[in-house]
Design a protein around this ligand. Structure first.
Ligand code: FAD
Length: 317
């Protein structure tokens, strides 16, 4: 049931015969929000959940597997990602509104979900301005303006590295500020969200307001990964809904260190929002990572505070 088609560190990877798409040395920069990064040794887009499960069951256990969403929170290094990179495609993006819950495929775009639900009078408006897919949003406990994914999460379906498929409850996991303890080798395929009903027009207005606030304060037209560093006092709504203390915001610490507009190669600290590192067009992943490290060093020297990456960095140099 397998074809021998690739090697990692002189180990042959035997690829299970699947119905989905398999590509070798697949350039990931084209999928990445930052438009940087090297190739996936093997790229797999499963046809459906059974295809994904079969693939994982039959893939040798020593082969590393990494799942990507829209790569809006990832810096993929220039040397690419060894092993297998899995991306769920449009077959995993259905939206079903049941009586009490919204059941959504993990590849559904957050903004599309918010807009579709709004038309039905279901308020997931906070997702309207978060780039990325729902699986990544669950894993990262994405949130903004006082609402977080975990506030709405009821359950999720996971496919584990051994190919087993399990339905889990939200309460099986811990969610905190920009984080969850969902295991790194688990792939979220479907998500159940609580339905919060409101008037469609009012939800629409909320989304328009949120877009306006974003466009005013963030470089939304530039290539970035959003906030690069965690706010040192960052909270999730489980703790304190209104995170209004700006004194320890990452952007302020970076600004106070005089780094607005600082550049390394094609990477730059945004002049509009200093917690955004942007690709000016010709940046490498190394430029962005180096600039991030430089920011951490300068902020530490200036304020004594250690900034921690919110963006995940994956792959090899
Ligand atoms: C301009 C801009 C603004 C942003 N603003 C916000 C904001 O306000 N609030 C916020 O929280 N974030 C924000 N982000 C960050 C980002 O959009 C979120 O973290 C988003 O939820 C990541 O989703 P993704 O699909 O892009 O995940 P990726 O970046 O592809 O992956 C992120 C992590 O999730 C994991 N993952 C992805 N898909 C799955 C899956 N199906 N199963 C299991 N694990 C998975 C990956 O392995 C990785 O560990 C912003 C980003 C940008 C570019």
């Amino acid at each position: 049931m397998t074809d021998k088609i690739s090697q990692i560190n002189n180990i042959n990877i035997k690829i299970p015969k699947v119905r989905g798409i398999i590509r070798k040395n697949f350039e990931l920069s084209r999928l990445s929000w930052l438009k940087v990064g090297g190739p996936a040794e093997i790229f797999f887009q499963p046809e459906d959940e059974d295809d994904l499960s079969f693939f994982l069951k039959n893939l040798e256990t020593n082969i590393p597997v990494f799942v990507i969403g829209a790569c809006s929170n990832l810096i993929i290094r220039d040397g690419g990602i060894p092993g297998v990179v899995i991306k769920l495609g449009k077959n995993f993006s259905s939206i079903r509104l049941n009586k009490t819950v919204v059941s959504v495929g993990a590849a559904c775009r957050d903004s599309y979900l918010a807009q579709t639900c709004a038309k039905e009078g279901v308020d997931l408006s906070f997702l309207r301005t978060i780039p990325g897919n729902l699986g990544g949003a669950v894993k990262m406990n994405a949130g903004c303006y006082g609402s977080y994914l975990s506030d709405y999460l009821i359950g999720l379906t996971l496919v584990r590295r051994d190919g087993s498929i399990t339905d889990m409850k939200a309460s099986d996991f811990k969610f905190s500020y920009r984080n969850s303890n969902i295991p790194d080798d688990a792939i979220i395929t479907n998500v159940l969200l609580r339905k919060e009903l409101d008037d469609p027009l009012r939800i629409e207005m909320k989304m328009t307001r949120a877009l306006d606030v974003r466009n005013l304060s963030q470089p939304t037209k530039d290539l970035s990964c959003g906030s690069t560093f965690r706010n040192p006092l960052g909270r999730s709504s489980l703790e304190d809904k209104y995170d209004s203390d700006h004194s320890l915001k990452a952007w302020k610490l970076i600004d106070d260190a005089g780094l607005r507009g600082a550049k390394i190669g094609g990477a730059m600290v945004s002049k509009k929002h200093t917690n955004f590192l942007i690709n000016n067009g010709n940046a490498t992943a190394k430029d962005i990572e180096d600039l991030g490290k430089f920011v951490i060093k300068k902020v530490k020297r200036n304020s004594g505070i250690n900034l921690i990456w919110e963006v995940k960095i994956v792959g090899k140099y």
